[in-house]
Every structure is written in C-alpha cells, then in structure tokens.
Design a protein around this ligand. Structure first.
Ligand SMILES: Nc1ncnc2c1ncn2[C@@H]1O[C@H](COP(=O)(O)OP(=O)(O)OP(=O)(O)O)[C@@H](O)[C@H]1O
Ligand SMILES: [Mg+2]
Length: 224
C-alpha cells in the first residue's frame, strides 16, 4: 500500500512518497513550526480514520474545518474521520495508548500522538518512565504493522547546553523506535518552514525542503 501523502509534493518526495506505513515517523521541532498542522493534514487528505492522541490541547477542530473548507472538502465529514483522545497526564496517556489496541482496526490509516513527550517531560522520575515511553512506542509499532498504518509521533525540543544545540526530547528511545525522523525549523520568511530529513529507511539523510503554512494547512513554496 502507498505511503500517506502529506499534500505537499516537496515533502512527499523528501519522504519517499509520504508518511510510511508499518513504521513510526517522528516529527519534531520548536513551537509553531507546523507539526500539528502537518499531522492533521495527513489525516485530512488520506482515506481512512485517524486516532489522534492530543496531549497538548493543540488539536483544533476549527483549524481542520477551515483546512477542509479551503480545499473543497466537507468540513463535517472531515472532522468525523478523527477520533480524539485527550490524556491529562502521563498515566492517562499510558492507558489511552494501550486502549488503542481495542479501538483501532482496518478502517484506520493513521495514528498521531501529539506530543508523545509533553506529559513525560514534566514527570519527576524520568529515567524510570523511559521504559514506559518505550512500551507506548512498541504498542504503536505493533498497531502500525497489524493494520498497515502510518504513525506520526510528534516530539518537542529542548536546548542541550553542553552541545549548544536543540535536541529532541528523549532522543535515544525515540531514535531507536522511529525509523523515519523529520525535523521542522523556522525560516527567515514568515509562514515559511524548513523540513530536514534526519533519518529515513531508504532516503538519504540531510535532504531538506521548504513549505508554507497557510489557511489550507501545509503548502509547497512555489516561488523558490
Ligand atoms: N488559518 C491559518 N492560516 C495561516 N497560518 C495559520 C493558521 N492557523 C495557524 N497558523 C499558523 O500555524 C502555525 C502553528 O502551527 P502548528 O500549531 O502546526 O505548530 P506546532 O509545531 O504544532 O506548534 P506547537 O509546538 O506549539 O504545538 C503558527 O505559525 C500559526 O500562525
Ligand atoms: Mg502542535
């Protein structure tokens, strides 16, 4: 089965066709880089239902309805595709991810966890909970393989003062489980963002494309 299109030709090409199935794709970056918009758009534009685990309150039905409308898609029908989970802390997140096993079936094409680390970050005993994070990723991977799904795992960044760079939260465990990793960065032009392929199963790393965030969602930058 084909990968899930992002709706941007440039991004699809970068990703070898789109968001892969049977694999976890990590999308990470600073705030307002377009992570939620991109994940919502993949759900909106592809056949099949979407299980959306929103830990940050960033999921916006109004935004999705607007994106649908400006693309000539019926907003009501678009929103019906999304099944929303809103865990309030890491413990609830654990329960809800486990519950996906009883909820998700062949009628789904995508699972989004937005973000996988927001609740984890504020916990006290992070090293103990790393194993729990790993278990959640394992459930997502299992589901992706069983039902041929795309899974988008959204992640935040933290500033590593020793290295002097921004890094993804829980970099190692997420790096082990996510075979495809896309980083989103801001750019000097308003509404324009840069996507960098940090890792991929069959595409060279370091590839990079620009995209715009508009009323429609994510769009290609046409004028270079
Ligand atoms: N209707 C719209 N038209 C154009 N741009 C919009 C619209 N709605 C939101 N945006 C832009 O989208 C960007 C936010 O995108 P998004 O929420 O996907 O980012 P994010 O990476 O998920 O951020 P966070 O880490 O805070 O969750 C903002 O720059 C905002 O101005
Ligand atoms: Mg977001």
């Amino acid at each position: 089965m084909k990968p899930l299109s992002t709706g941007s030709e440039a991004l699809d090409e970068l990703l070898g066709g789109g968001i892969g199935r049977k694999v976890l794709t990590q999308i990470y970056g600073a705030f307002a880089t377009g992570k939620t918009t991109l994940a919502a758009q993949v759900g909106l534009l592809n056949e099949g239902k979407v299980a959306y685990v929103d830990t940050e309150g960033g999921f916006s039905p109004e935004r999705i309805a607007l994106m649908a409308e400006s693309r000539g898609i019926d907003p009501e029908r678009a929103l019906q595709k999304f099944l929303l989970f809103e865990p309030r802390d890491f413990k609830e997140q654990k329960r809800m991810v486990a519950r996906l096993k009883t909820v998700v079936d062949e009628s789904f094409s995508l699972i989004v966890v937005d973000s996988i680390t927001a609740h984890y970050r504020v916990e006290e005993n992070k090293s103990r909970l790393l194993g729990e994070l790993g278990k959640q990723l394992q459930v997502l991977l299992w589901l992706s393989r069983k039902f041929n799904l795309g899974v988008i795992v959204i992640n935040q960044v933290h500033f590593d003062s020793k290295a002097g760079v921004s890094k993804p939260v829980a970099e190692h465990i997420l790096g082990y489980k996510c075979k495809d990793i896309l980083r989103l960065d801001k750019f000097s032009r308003p509404n324009v963002r840069v996507a960098v392929l940090e890792r991929h199963r069959f595409r060279p790393e370091g590839g990079m494309v620009y995209f715009r965030i508009t009323e429609k969602g994510i769009e290609d930058v046409k004028d270079g």
